[in-house]
Ligand binder design. Structure first.
Ligand code: NAD
Ligand code: GDU
Length: 328
């Protein structure tokens, strides 16, 4: 069985390709390498091209026997999406549509879609369940919600069954440190904290210390990338078993403040991590914590690495082994 993994050369996609190879599966990777790294691929057949290019996608579907698709390819910088929304609607919605049309054309009827906690916007209550109102506060989250809505209609019209997986904060790296997170630019807290620990940055800029949280900094729910990837295979099995399309939140159900993350990173690395306090980053909700009860009950998903120090330690191993990321 061949699985098409779009965005397979990116951070989460490359962990998925690696996990699929370990399971003896066959990965067909489509990535335009706009953000991804060829070096992150330890298996699978890479087709370099754009998901938005229908002729290119068609050629891949003609050549390969695709049974199901896991769709990671997207842009995901919340801040950038506020200033250049067109980039997000084009790459996430229009390229997404191109993929759905191609799947319908070739009769491929199972899709696991990378959605995000950003579809909920500022939460009315935490932990956030799947039924929580969706009110994105940025074009990135909006673009993912639009794709979720397109999926609903592709299911109704073409019988395309999907699982929309709404990730919370993804972190960590494969346990052997061989692949990891190398976003350019990097905007995520944990890799930036670790860059400060390595002395690659003078300090970590801490955005906002006046939130209505116990220590004044934002609270997030971190999920190990390997646990996240496991959920994709469970979601595929769920769809293969003939179950209806559904959305699932993926997090650990436990929040850590930004200060707690910095403290945990100090313990893990044994390094001082200088911090400079700065105003809030626009668009950041104070608290984002998932209820993943549905994924646990319906998919049988159970994170194996919920410990925040283990998540940070795995990321640290990757950063220490690859101080220049994939460029080193
Ligand atoms: N990292 C997180 O914490 C997080 C949280 C929630 C959701 N997500 C979602 O998960 C997915 C993967 O995130 P990531 O952190 O691995 O991102 P990433 O940027 O590392 O990976 C995305 C990959 O897709 C490729 N790509 C982008 N647009 C493409 C296109 N039009 N055609 C072909 N390839 C294209 C890029 O080159 C890159 O390799 C994204 O959809 C993102 O929105 C990530
Ligand atoms: O240099 C930094 C970087 C981040 N932060 C803070 O750390 C927290 C976490 O920020 P990240 O950028 O690591 O993660 P987000 O919670 O903003 O974003 C994550 O969740 C979003 C959903 O809300 C999207 O899905 C996005 O792709 C995903 O990375 C936030 O309070 C942020 O302000 C800092 O203080 N300093």
């Amino acid at each position: 069985m061949s699985i098409l993994i779009t965005g397979g050369a990116g951070y989460i996609g490359s962990h998925c390709v690696s996990a699929l190879s370990r399971r003896g599966g066959d990965a067909v990777v489509v990535d335009n390498l706009s953000k991804g790294h060829k070096e992150a691929l330890s298996g699978g057949r890479l087709y370099v091209g754009d998901v938005g290019d229908r002729a290119f996608l068609r050629s891949v579907f003609e050549k390969e026997q695709i049974d199901a698709v896991i769709h990671f390819a997207a842009f995901s910088l919340v801040g950038e999406s506020m200033t250049v929304p067109e980039k997000y609607f084009r790459n996430n919605c229009m390229a997404g549509l191109s993929l759905l049309e191609t799947m319908a054309e070739f009769g491929v009827r199972r899709l696991v879609f990378s959605s995000t906690a950003a579809v909920y916007g500022e939460p009315e209550r935490v932990p956030i369940g799947e039924e929580h109102p969706k009110s994105p506060t940025n074009p990135y989250g909006q673009s993912k919600l639009i794709v979720e809505e397109m999926l609903r209609w592709f299911d109704a019209a073409h019988g395309l069954k999907y699982a929309a997986l709404r990730y919370f904060n993804v972190a960590g790296a494969r346990e052997d440190g061989g692949i990891g997170e190398d976003h350019r630019p990097e905007t995520h807290l944990i890799p930036l904290v670790l860059a400060a620990a390595q002395g690659k940055r003078e300090s970590l800029t801490l955005f906002g210390t006046d939130y209505p949280t116990p220590d004044g900094t934002c609270v997030r729910d971190y999920i190990h990338v390997e646990d996240l990837v496991d959920a994709h295979f469970l979601a595929l099995q769920y769809l293969e078993a003939g179950n209806p399309s559904a959305a699932f939140n993926l997090g650990n159900g436990r929040g850590f403040s930004n200060r707690e993350i910095i403290e945990a990173a100090r313990r893990v690395t044994g390094k001082p991590i200088p911090v400079s306090e700065a105003p809030r980053r626009p668009g950041d909700p104070a608290v984002l914590v998932a209820s993943s009860e549905k994924a646990e009950k319906v998919l049988g998903w159970k994170p194996k690495h919920p410990d925040i120090e283990e998540i940070i330690a795995d990321a640290w191993r990757w950063h220490e082994a690859h101080p220049e990321g994939y460029g080193g």
